[in-house]
Design a protein around this ligand. Sequence first.
Ligand code: PEP
Ligand code: MG
Length: 560
Amino acid sequence: MAIYLRGAGSAPGVALGRAVRYMPDTMALRAVDADVDAAMARFAAAQTAVAEQLRTLAAILRAEGRAEEARIFDAHAFLVEDEMLALDVARRVRDGRISLEQALSDAVGSLRSAIEVIDDPYLRDRSSDVDNVRRAILAMLRGDTRRLHDLPAGAILVTNDLTPAETVSLRDGYIAGFVTAEGGPTSHTTILARAFGIPAVVGLGAATLAIPDGANLVLDGGAALLIVEPDAFEWATYERRASGFVAARVRRHALHDQPGRLASGESVTIWANIGHPDETRAALDNGAEGIGLFRTEFLFLGRDAPPDETEQYQVYRATVAAMDGRAVIVRTLDVGGDKRIAYLDLPRESNPSLGMRGLRLSMRRPELFLVQIRALLRAAAHGDLRILLPMIATPDDLAWAHAQIRSAAASLAHDGLPHRADVPIGVMIETPAAAVTADLLARNAAFFSIGSNDLAQYTLAADRGSADVVARYPHDSPAVLRLIAQAVGAAERARLPVCVCGELAGVPEMASLLIGLGVFQLSMNPASIPAVKERLRETTIAKARTIARRALEEQVVRAG
Ligand code: PEP
Ligand code: MG
């Protein structure tokens, strides 16, 4: 009889195949390590080797334009080399008269227990990251060189958990998919499986470990479901779905070099959102026609001092060069609030999302803003670079930014540095105030970009980081859509281009809705581009307008 197991998280896709168990953790541990110094020397060597492997992997992923995924490996390399971990392991070997491997397992075990009692699903998922670090060091200590490719092709991997490096090694499609006992929706294994298109169900619990080698499995990533020994009818149904899934991927890839277009012929500009210049590669690979939103925060985070003008100029110039004549819309620094930077020494605020964030931080620290604007005006001499201002709430905010930009241009002229003084300056419409006064802002803007993530948060008074609240107050609520419609109306009257660069733009159903509201520029996560392009080619403008009219009137009920 079939057994149905539901996971805590998943990566989409359907896979059918035989189970192949991968349980490296069940190998016997050495008994004791009497020579503590020798054991710790082995440990240090393993730490260095694993960290090096992880950093090499990060570099490869970065070169492939996968900066987001690369950061996972950098973070793990940092954890691997943690000095506190080494000290704890040494103490356990010395005091407990146990083996190095056992001491490592115990040290990580107690760290995990400390993390798991924290009432936060994101932090709980980090606990499996810590365990991945243990497994990677353990494999190095044992000289365990077994690779996942030694397993039969087309199988579904059944395991306790995978390290990020193991997950990446599955991306060539050799294995049909994987299921794990551990992990959750935001664990790095899950994020990587999604990024690389590997069907997976994670967090299935202890029952996973009882699945025998060779069992027939159906993995339905969309439903986070694993069926063990399905009946013939279920198998055949899923077989049809699996081939449909592959066919859709091939079909979408064919749209890669096609422009965004509706079935009724209207053009739609499809841009990518990026957070690092390396991601231009993923943007182009997925068929982006430009960069609609370059979040520049990465340049300022994880360091002790802000980047200087030269460093920023080089980054912006490289991005423009990589996009080879296509538009690159760069947003000025949007930190503050809950994205804190220690060296900026900002005041603690009881309502950070309503406080010193985005352009407000620039107003408080104009010297930072000027450096960034100078770098941007210089890079704009090399291509189609446009500047986007975050968190504008009033025409005065915008006037302040224009005055600063004029003064940056004057200082560059004075210094005799090549630059472009008349760079188009756009406004993020992401506060309700900006949406309802869009007609006033339009007088002093070259384009609008609607940040639906923040616009929804501020309109619905629903913290964008709270999963509970967001489910009940979705971003396509009539309140948000009416504000978008109002901003679009103001843009049309002023003949300004208007884009949506929040998450709404990357959801195929929502993309048609936005078109129906009059938005013909959409900027999204590069991975979402093929599916959005495909959906638009099936939608007529008349249909999109009907969808939009209905959505302005009634909320789709999602939460009970
Ligand atoms: C938005 O608010 O919709 C947006 C695109 O900006 P961010 O998500 O970076 O705040
Ligand atoms: Mg925003």
